[in-house]
Design a protein around this ligand. Structure first.
Ligand code: ZN
Length: 192
């Protein structure tokens, strides 16, 4: 496994509509392993292939508390048998939302837009279809955080970032701030 570099806004690769995986070969399996390692290394809850510069419809997700850091705060009160029993690492190949309902607004962040968060309106519940690493078609129903992360990562595979989901004025404002902050960073790299 290897850590991959996470691209940050405004890298043009983040705007790419990624190509479907046609065969789950060794390269795709290695990609999944690298993406999981990269996501855990960055303490993210999800990562899409386009974020590491790979043109494939592949994403990894893990919203369990040990990954988000939520378990660290509640450690003292933790009793035996109360550990998280959610899905852990979820690997998605060619994920697609097949149905959705409701709307909910919650705060969102992105490893490719470090240091920025915003309230984003999303579907409350989604049902997705995706292939696992063995090539089996899975159907997963999700609500709350998991539904949000599914939508965020599938958006990445279509070249869409969470800031694109904001109302126009809010979007223009945050884009200007991000470009000021992250744009500076790019220039510094170019000079050195
Ligand atoms: Zn993201």
């Amino acid at each position: 496994m290897a850590l991959r570099k996470i691209l940050t806004y405004p890298d043009p690769f983040l705007r790419k509509k990624c190509a479907p995986v046609e065969e789950i070969d060794g390269e795709v399996l290695k990609l999944l392993d690298d993406m999981a390692e990269t996501m855990y290394g960055a303490r993210g809850v999800g990562l899409a292939a386009s974020q590491i510069g790979v043109d494939k419809r592949v994403a990894v997700i893990d919203i369990s508390p040990r990954n988000t850091g939520a378990d660290e705060e509640g450690e003292e009160e933790e009793e035996e048998g109360t550990e998280y029993e959610g899905p852990g690492l979820i690997e998605l190949i060619n994920p697609e939302i097949i149905s959705s309902e409701g709307q909910v607004i919650a705060e969102e962040a992105c490893l490719s837009i470090p240091g920025f968060t915003s309230d984003v309106k999303r579907k409350q519940r989604v049902v997705i279809e995706a292939y696992d690493r063995e090539g089996r078609l899975m159907e997963i129903e999700a609500s709350e955080l998991l539904a949000r992360v599914f939508q965020h990562e599938i958006d990445h595979l279509d070249g869409i970032l969470f800031i694109d989901r904001l109302p126009r004025l809010k979007r223009e404002l945050i884009k200007r701030k991000i470009e000021k902050e992250l744009g500076k960073e790019e220039k510094r790299y170019a000079v050195l």
